[in-house]
Write a protein that binds this ligand. Structure first.
Ligand SMILES: *Cc1c(COP(=O)(O)O)cnc(C)c1O
Length: 428
């Protein structure tokens, strides 16, 4: 495939935007080459500026769970836009989407809308600290919770791709309040809590990790966190920015039957517009301003266009009883197909999958945490990525990212992808 115009556009962008991109992973640094500039997208496909058609497994890193330019979502945005795009005053649609979200998600009474997943996680931690009166947080190596200071400690995906696990600009004062644990290692968490008695406000976790590839929680791990939190008066925060409204209507809480104290959302909840949210039971949410003393605000929070897109998206998911089963079936089909061609071509690999999240690791061992994920062969991944791209299949440009399956993908698209993987595997 030819990427002449994309390369030229990238060169222009680099002059006025740091690295030519507004979010680092887009720059293809993890795989080499220059990023593809998207002209438009429809359903399962991206169309780039050179006229190439690509099957999309990134789906805007999660939001486009039904496919691109999904009509009910697009129409809702167009209709809203005609009536004004921002007021900074309450609107009815904010209550409508809040009611729907609260009805879909277990164990929450109230939800506050923000503009990104980063904001949701950052606000959730402030709320946890405000409620418990404690300072420290526990996060897991390889988990990403957005780019706010306290989370940029071994933060997975973007940060790991660039070999800067801890960002300059995060002060030692902030870093000291973030305790780092190993994913899927409950004893490690227990030790951290015991070493910091009465200091830990919350444990924040991706209940299925998606930013070190897809890493499922081991049997009993989330339950173990729940019990530790109950014993030590610690709030359990599920960062469901990736898993929320994707793994089930009620996200990972529903899938695993575990109740978190605060749940963070982003990605799918905005239907492709910039939306995040955090939710909890009344006794926690009532600490937020203006009801309580924990401050949190936003000029564009609950923006009508964003709420229209989010409400249309959640309604579609809520009204389709089979959607999550359909997505899981497609993902399983892809998993089996790719495993089959990699086995046939004797390529060492391990594939992780939960629902519509899947990642292919060129690693011998099971991938259960950040260290085992980092052992994957990155040279093989790079060749696989560029090979697939050349065949017209766009997967995430980093071995630390999950692929997202959209409902718009047909079994023909999946077969095309498996075929492409077979061709590429022969050359690996
Ligand atoms: C994407 C992501 C975030 C950050 O969301 P942004 O909207 O990019 O700020 C936080 N947590 C998880 C689990 C994510 O996948």
């Amino acid at each position: 495939m030819i990427y002449k115009r994309s390369s030229a556009l990238f060169a222009e962008a680099e002059k006025v935007i740091p690295g030519g991109v507004n979010s680092p992973v887009r720059a293809f640094k993890g795989v080499g080459g220059t990023p593809i500039f998207v002209k438009e997208a429809k359903g399962a496909y991206l169309f780039d500026e050179d006229g190439n058609k690509l099957i999309d497994y990134i789906n805007s890193w999660g939001p486009m769970i039904l496919g691109h330019a999904h009509e009910p979502v697009v129409n809702a945005v167009i209709e809203k836009a005609k009536k004004g795009t921002s007021f900074g005053a309450p609107t009815e649609i904010e209550t409508q989407i809040a009611e729907l979200a609260v009805s879909m998600v277990p164990n929450v009474d109230k939800i506050r809308f923000v503009n990104s997943g980063t904001e949701a996680c950052m606000s959730a931690v402030r709320l946890a600290r405000g409620v418990t009166g404690k300072d420290k947080i526990i996060k897991f190596a390889g988990c990403y919770h957005g780019h706010s200071d306290s989370f940029l400690i071994q933060a997975g995906s973007g940060a790991s791709t660039f070999g800067t696990p801890n960002s300059p600009g995060v002060t030692p004062g902030t870093a000291k309040d973030t305790l780092l644990a190993r994913y899927n290692d409950i004893d490690n968490v227990k030790q951290l809590i015991e070493a910091n008695p009465n200091e830990v406000a919350c444990i924040i976790i991706e209940p299925v990790a998606g930013n070190m590839g897809c890493v499922p929680p081991k049997e009993g791990f989330l339950q173990g966190l729940r019990s530790l939190c109950d014993t030590h008066n610690i709030l359990l925060i599920f960062d469901e920015v990736m898993t929320g409204f994707r793994l089930a209507k009620g996200g990972a809480q529903e899938l695993f039957g575990i109740k978190a104290d605060i749940v963070c959302f982003g990605k799918v909840i905005g239907g492709g517009l910039p939306v995040g949210a955090f939710a909890a039971r009344n006794e926690i949410m009532n600490h937020l301003a203006p009801l309580g003393p924990v401050y949190q605000a936003g000029t564009l929070s609950g923006n009508p266009l964003a709420m229209a897109a989010g409400l249309a998206m959640l309604s579609e998911l809520n009204n389709d009883a089979k959607i999550f089963e359909r997505l899981a079936n497609k993902t399983e089909y892809l998993h089996k197909g790719i495993a089959n061609v990699l086995n046939k071509n004797k390529i060492t690999h391990t594939i992780n999958r939960v629902g519509s999240m899947i990642s292919v690791h060129f690693a011998k061992e099971q991938v259960v945490d950040f260290d085992t994920s980092a052992k994957g062969n990155n040279d093989t991944f790079k060749s696989f990525f560029h090979g697939m791209l050349n065949e017209g299949v766009y997967i995430a440009p980093s071995a630390f990212e999950t692929w997202f399956i959209a409902d718009a993908l047909t079994y023909e698209d999946l077969d095309f992808t498996i075929n492409a993987a077979n061709k590429v595997a022969k050359r690996l």
